[in-house]
Design a protein around this ligand. Structure first.
Ligand code: PEP
Ligand code: MN
Length: 337
């Protein structure tokens, strides 16, 4: 439910409405528009009975119910785009943010060299998995905390903010000590204990869409994080499972404009996992930027043939540099940079 204040409402009247919301055990979310203030009420499960308490308070113009099952994530609730800084760059702003790096941190030299290469190629952030959700228990599972230490060193050396995946709630505080953005992977999109821990963290969260999850389910997963107090969530389309077998997944390009209209949260695309083949990564990256993505997350490996995971979908640094050049040209064509 949203309380729309009169254009002439005073700060005191707004305060009184917020106080009434809190006395009821709900949370208030204030959006200051150009003309008027809108106060979102979160946590009220019976909007009809709640409505009566607010409709006649001084300064209140009208009450509007939110039609979506997710609230804080919806554009109805927060009309303006959510943006937040990732070191020097603004996620959700005009610039299309390029996040790149290996699927997994394999060793110190590999990661540091890749970090320097992706920075030179034009990336604004570094990715690298220290805990890997592998389909087979016999595949490389990641270096764990040693991988986190290497990521922190790469951050130190290049100045790039770092993204890495957390697979278990109890690891979130540890991972947060080392990196800037915590990724929740596709397989964990509905791991509610993990979403809860991500919501309690102060770190931006990169939430990937499950490979069989609807857009609404993705937004409900984001709502878990938002409702626990963390408002810095980045959504990621990373391909869904369809009957098509020529690529690892099918990039749901539609998800980009659909999400941009349903939510104010930044939306990025992962052309690596969504295609599974390096030769399709750049064309799909171009399509994502053309569709309005706020960023890309791309797997880059110095020597893809030797990669311990996802080599087949990893770009060599020079190919990634070309992806950046082409994507920036598309970004300019659609009014971004
Ligand atoms: C990854 O980013 O390396 C990864 C495992 O992605 P996803 O969760 O999208 O499969
Ligand atoms: Mn991967």
């Amino acid at each position: 439910m949203m309380i729309i204040m009169n254009i002439s409402s005073t700060p005191k009247q707004i305060e009184a409405v917020v106080a009434r919301i809190e006395v009821n055990g709900f949370k208030a979310h204030i959006s200051q528009g150009d003309e008027r203030t809108v106060i979102g009420v979160v946590g009220n499960h019976n909007p009809i009975s709640t409505r009566e308490q607010f409709v006649r308070l001084p300064g209140v113009d009208r009450i509007v119910a939110i039609s979506r099952p997710y609230k804080i994530a919806s554009r109805e609730f927060i009309p303006q785009n959510t943006t937040f800084p990732l070191d020097g760059v603004q996620m959700g702003g005009d610039q299309v943010i390029m996040i790149a790096g290996p699927c997994a941190v394999e060793d110190r030299v590999q990661l540091l060299e890749t970090a320097i290469a992706v920075k030179e190629a034009g990336a604004q952030a570094l990715r690298g998995g220290a805990y890997k959700p592998r389909s087979s228990p016999y595949s490389f599972q990641g270096l764990g905390e040693e991988g986190l230490e290497i990521l922190a060193e790469a951050r130190e050396k290049t100045g790039l903010p770092v993204v890495t995946e957390a697979m278990a709630p109890e690891l979130v505080p540890l991972i947060a000590e080392y990196v800037d953005v915590i990724q929740i992977g596709a397989r964990n999109m509905q791991n509610f204990a993990l979403l809860h821990a991500a919501g309690e963290s102060q770190h931006p969260i990169l939430l990937k869409r499950g490979n069989a999850a609807s857009i609404e389910e993705l937004l409900m997963a984001a709502e878990y994080i938002l409702s626990h107090g963390n408002r810095r969530v980045i959504l990621c389309e990373r391909g869904i499972r369809t009957f098509e077998t020529s690529t690892r997944n099918t990039t749901d390009i539609n998800a980009v404009p659909v999400l941009k209209s349903l939510t104010h949260l930044p939306v990025i695309v992962d052309p690596s996992h969504s295609t599974g083949k390096w030769e399709y990564v750049t064309p799909v990256a171009r399509a994502a930027v053309a569709a309005g993505a706020d960023g890309l997350i791309v797997e880059v490996h110095l020597n893809p043939e030797q990669a311990l995971s996802d080599g087949g979908q990893s770009l060599k640094p020079e190919r990634f540099a070309e992806l950046v050049r082409q994507s920036r040209a598309i970004a300019r064509a659609v009014g971004r940079c």
